[in-house]
Design a protein around this ligand. Structure first.
Ligand code: M6R
Length: 364
């Protein structure tokens, strides 16, 4: 049941810290700070390319995974939504492998992509939450997320569990390929292990996020901006908002804004920035200044180091715990999901069962 929560989504949002912790503990050892890679259906050293595919939020997790794997393991990664990949007829390398991501393990397009990829000689690793699902059965190997059953149609804890698995996988692949030292591995796994308690701190910012939600609830259109591995998190914020509050939202790479979407900016459009300190902070900051100079209302999620510069022009700044940039996508998924939740509640929509949507899309 929902326990003391109003909706399954609210309950599941509050399960983030536990689920991230449970999932990480499956794939890394907190004592040695080493990743225990699950059995892989491909040789990490020889694999020429990885194809990642999924649908919806699971695809956004895959996109974060692509940034991580390319960066840490230096394996070229192609990522595309399953409904495109399956009809795109991409040239696939001999000895190539694929990583599929799915909460249910039953999504029709992802399942069809799985079959196609196997037919084309790719070995398939499935990251799924349901151990007895079709994808778990039909892939060459499975890695489980430990999110428990997710009832709300909007994916929340399954998403951060997917990110947790992909983060471990990226580190493990990086080690196997000797792109990362044991020292790097220790630093990165330590950062991951900080996520559960920092996630709990993020959930404690509920009142602030609720206040932000009352502004966002008045809007007709909302823009989410991020860069690098936080760009898919901007898209996750937009997807979640559309899905449960029915407000039109777009997630954009902050640097791409000046190539079109900046024309949308006026005092009516909230611009939600995912802009913590890190290697791309200054770049995102300057994109936000451009939007602000055009009358845009900037509302930023950042950390203590990122806050002072943002506070000079942003309408609202929500300061979240500091964490290594590597782990930021997991942590910053939480406030954007929580924001969507509060907006939906304020709008009075059916949060757990949004119109026209099903928890698992088993038709093409
Ligand atoms: O079960 P799956 O992870 O394969 O589902 C994929 C998408 O249908 C799903 O993530 C969808 O986008 C969510 N409702 C988003 O919150």
């Amino acid at each position: 049941g929902k326990g003391n929560y109003r909706h399954f989504m609210e309950k599941e949002l509050h399960e983030h810290p536990a689920v991230i912790g449970d999932t990480l503990r499956q794939y890394l050892d907190p004592r040695t700070l080493e990743v225990n890679l699950p059995r892989l259906p491909f040789d990490p050293v020889k694999v020429p390319r990885l194809t990642m595919t999924a649908c919806g939020s699971a695809f956004l997790a895959a996109q974060v995974g692509r940034y991580w794997i390319e960066h840490l393991a230096r394996i070229p990664v192609d990522a595309d939504v399953a409904s495109e990949l399956r009809y795109r007829d991409p040239p696939l390398p001999e000895g190539g492998a694929a990583i599929l991501v799915s909460q249910s393990g039953e999504t029709a397009d992802t399942m069809a992509a799985l079959k196609l990829l196997r037919e084309k000689g790719q070995s398939v690793l499935a990251v799924v939450n349901v151990p007895e699902s079709s994808m778990a059965r039909e892939s060459d190997a499975t890695v489980l997320t430990v999110a428990g059953p997710e009832i709300g149609v909007a994916s929340t804890k399954a998403f951060t569990a997917q990110l947790s698995v992909l983060a471990c996988l990226a580190i493990g692949l990086g080690r196997k390929r000797r792109e990362l030292s044991t020292l790097d591995e220790g630093r990165l796994t330590k950062a991951l292990l900080e996520v559960p308690h920092k996630a709990a701190e993020v959930l404690e910012r509920d009142a602030e996020i609720h206040a932000l939600a009352s502004e966002v609830a008045k809007a007709r259109d909302v823009l989410f901006l991020g860069r690098g591995s936080l760009f898919p998190i901007a898209m996750e914020g937009a997807l979640k908002l559309k899905e449960i509050s029915y407000i039109h939202a777009e997630g954009y790479a902050a640097g791409e804004m000046k190539h079109g979407p900046i024309a949308l900016i006026d005092s009516q459009v909230p611009v939600i920035a995912i802009c913590p300190s890190g290697p791309l902070y200054e770049k995102t900051l300057s994109n936000l200044q451009e939007a602000s100079a055009r009358g845009g209302r900037i509302m930023a999620f950042t950390d203590a180091a990122g806050a002072p510069s943002l506070e000079r022009f942003a309408e609202r700044v929500i300061v979240l715990p500091e964490i290594d940039p590597f782990a930021q996508p997991i942590l910053y998924a939480i406030p954007v999901q929580l924001l969507a939740y509060h907006v939906a509640v304020l709008k009075g929509t059916d949060v757990d069962q949004p119109r026209n949507l099903a928890k698992s899309v088993t038709v093409e």
